[in-house]
Design a protein around this ligand. Structure first.
Ligand code: HEC
Length: 295
């Protein structure tokens, strides 16, 4: 017992000594330390996802309806086998600024789903074809069932995922991000996560049921198996059928589900700025006029 305490004290002493001498440590050691701190700030255990360019970034950014439609196709063909999109009503598929389906096309998409409704006159729940007013149904009855089907890992609802995740750049770069209105961290992360699967480094075997992913924000490996492979979704608009393209399309689509009014918000922001510029001019002219006799 006494020796145990002694070893602990020695270890503690060594840590303090190292910390004290840390300042005068050699340059490579400092670099290593800085790198570690940078990772800590980013919360990416291995590698932060790269930043991509999106049709909806910047001041005048807009969603590309063709990309959103392809993203929906990827969601329906692949992701919906596990993930729900429970906050998205089918009717919004026909909204301005979104994938811009016609109301008939949106109704057709809804019609492919079955939802539970009720209770009927006898107090019983029943299933029926989904309508425009319904939301995307989950294929699992409840989160427990979804987790059970995925080795105990719950596949989260994707409706707001693009707002729930981001690629923070840490101090001081976040100031520049704010100045250039960087708001695409969510889709950058989703596209990075989907394309982040690699062979694990030699000797590092992921635990059973997990997969090595360099861009996962929480750990070295994720419980979600790789989902995208070249050619897995058939596009009809001639876009490349590659993992990269699928990942970006579904990430853009999820940005739209998370923020369907992004285009309207940017337009309004711009109008407000024009108004304020005109207002400043007007106020300046008024001030000169009012003060003219005094000058
Ligand atoms: C076979 C089931 C399955 C399919 C299909 C699937 N996922 Fe997942 N997904 C999961 C599970 C399970 C998790 C939880 C992973 C974890 O916590 O390690 C997850 C987590 C995620 C996350 C959250 C990661 C994080 O940072 O927490 C995103 C984003 C995601 N999936 C996107 C997608 C997209 C987009 C698709 C379609 C291309 C897809 N998933 C298809 C099972 C699936």
């Amino acid at each position: 017992m006494a020796t145990h305490i002694l070893t602990r004290a020695a270890r503690f002493g060594a840590v303090i000594a190292l910390a004290l001498f840390g300042l005068s440590a050699s340059a490579p050691a400092q670099e290593e330390l800085q790198e570690e701190q940078a990772h800590e700030a980013l919360h990416f255990p291995i590698e932060a996802p790269e930043r991509r360019s999106w049709s909806f970034d910047g001041f005048f950014g807009k969603f590309d309806p063709a990309q959103l439609r392809r993203g929906l196709q990827v969601y329906r063909d692949v992701c919906q086998n596990c993930h729900a999109l429970s906050m998205v009503p089918f009717r919004t598929l026909a909204d301005e600024g979104g994938p811009q389906f016609t109301p008939e096309q949106a109704a057709e998409i809804a019609g492919a789903y079955t939802v539970t409704d009720g209770p009927d006159d006898q107090g019983l729940m029943f299933t029926r074809q989904a309508r425009l007013s319904d939301h995307f149904p989950s294929i699992f009855a409840n989160p427990q069932a979804a987790a059970f089907a995925n080795n105990g890992a719950y596949p989260p609802d994707l409706s707001l995922m693009a707002k729930a995740r981001s690629v923070p750049s840490g101090f001081p770069w976040f100031i520049f991000d704010a100045l250039r209105f960087y708001q695409e961290g969510g889709p950058d992360y989703i596209a990075g996560f989907l394309t982040g699967y690699r062979d694990p480094p030699p000797g590092e075997e992921p635990p059973p049921g997990t997969y090595y992913n360099v861009h996962f924000g929480a750990d070295d490996e994720t419980a979600m198996p790789p989902q995208l492979f070249d050619g897995i979704v058939r596009y009809t608009d001639g876009a490349p059928q590659t993992v990269e393209q699928y990942a970006e399309d579904v990430a853009a689509f999820l940005m739209w589900t998370a923020e369907p009014h992004l285009v309207a918000r940017k337009r309004l922001g711009f109008q407000v700025l024009i108004f304020l510029a005109a207002f400043i001019g007007l106020m300046y002219a008024t001030k000169r006029r009012v003060w003219a006799p005094v000058h």
